[in-house]
Design a protein around this ligand. Structure first.
Ligand SMILES: [Zn+2]
Length: 392
């Protein structure tokens, strides 16, 4: 049966030739179903049980849960099937044709992160005749690059269930056990316009915004005095004032003003508490300025994430790679898998430096060591899994 599943480079070639761009700009957003179908077919051929899970209210998007073996516990190897958009004109070769040059494989998604799937499948292929004490699950998600709706749908459905999860985002195979969260939020202030010569004729949204900005800057100082984590290169939570739009003319009282900002909370900071804090701080300004202030998330946000240094998966990954687990600055689906009850780390081939760039590539030298480390993980958590119970 296994010969029906193509070899690693053929699989990668097909995945790269199957565009699956996620974009918050509706005209540029694409379905990921062709990628999901390819993966399901290959894994099905290898004896995995495959379940394609449509993402509710998101037609054209689906997750794939492919399971080898059965029972509780086990290991998830997880990746996202979508890529960011690209500027094709800036690429040396087509982003949708896998191209080998200088011992590198070029193509959109080679490192972030379609490349992880053929490598994970290659590692899994070695175990298809082995009786597994706990299941091996290959998980492929939708919309990681835009809304995280695929990961959210998994949390809502309460599956997959496993004990451990490795997300193969590009970390050059160094284990990552922490990242900050990410929130993008807006504050819309609605006042009343009127002739600028008499302020009593209206309610100035820009005046109110001036105070809102002061509150946010004070809140930022408060956060940075109260939270710090030296594992991060920027050791404090950040709050960035990103853009502002308001008013139309110097001689009109500004009737409306809108601000967009982002917050990067540290592990241990809850997104909903940050939202509550901000809302509490700005809402008294409504009465003061006679305006309405509407705080809205621009998307549901990515929680921060931390797996303890002494967790089994962290220890094992450190042992197999020889690298100490670190923190990264980018957000992932890890907090969602953690919410499903899995001990989770991020560890995959390729470098984040090449992600979201023209001429994205995966260095060929990353492939075999990654297959090797993933195989050791499968051996440990799916084949020798009974040691878990004995270790208690
Ligand atoms: Zn990614």
């Amino acid at each position: 049966m296994s010969q029906q599943t193509p070899n690693l480079l053929q699989m990668l070639g097909q995945l790269i030739a199957t565009p699956s761009i996620s974009s918050t700009t509706p005209g540029r957003d694409m379905s990921n179903l062709s990628v999901i179908t390819l993966l399901a077919e290959w894994l099905d051929n290898l004896g995995f049980k495959t379940e394609i899970m449509p993402v509710p209210e998101n037609p054209g998007k689906a997750n794939l849960i492919a399971t080898l073996g059965q029972g509780p516990g086990g290991l998830v190897l997880s990746g996202h099937t979508d890529t960011v958009p690209c500027n094709e004109e800036l690429w040396q070769s087509s982003p949708f044709a896998l191209t080998e040059r200088d011992n590198r494989l070029y193509g959109l998604g080679t490192c972030d992160m379609k490349g992880f799937f053929p490598i994970a499948i290659e590692a899994a292929r070695q175990f298809i005749e082995t009786p597994l004490a706990a299941p091996l699950i290959i998980l492929a998600t939708a919309d990681e690059e835009s809304s995280m709706s695929g990961a959210q749908a998994l949390v809502d459905a309460g599956k997959p269930k496993a004990r451990y999860a490795i997300i193969g985002e590009p970390t050059e195979m160094s284990p990552i056990r922490m990242h900050k969260g990410m929130m993008m939020e807006s504050i819309r202030i609605t006042g009343n316009s009127g002739h600028s010569s008499d302020p009593s004729l209206g309610a100035n949204a820009l005046d109110a915004m001036h105070s809102v900005l002061s509150e946010l800057v004070k809140y930022r100082t408060h956060l940075q005095q109260n939270y710090t984590n030296s594992a991060f290169s920027v050791s404090v939570p950040t709050l960035n004032l990103g853009c502002i739009h308001g008013g139309d003319n110097p001689n009109r009282i500004c009737g409306q003003c809108e601000l967009e900002y982002d917050v990067r909370p540290l592990p241990g900071m809850d997104l909903s508490l940050v939202r509550e804090d901000i809302s509490k701080r700005v809402s008294p300004l409504e009465d003061k300025f006679g305006v309405t202030i509407d705080c809205q998330p621009l998307f549901s946000g990515i929680p921060s994430f931390e797996t303890k240094q002494n967790a089994s998966l962290v220890q094992m990954a450190e042992q197999f790679t020889g690298h100490t687990a670190q923190a990264v600055a980018f957000g992932t689906e890890a907090p969602f898998l953690q919410e499903l009850g899995m001990e989770t780390i991020i560890m995959g081939p390729g470098s984040i430096k090449q992600a979201h760039q023209p001429d994205e590539f995966l260095a060929l030298e990353q492939i075999n060591p990654t297959v090797d480390i993933l195989s050791k993980m499968i051996q440990r958590y799916c084949v020798d899994a009974h040691e878990e119970h004995q270790g208690g």
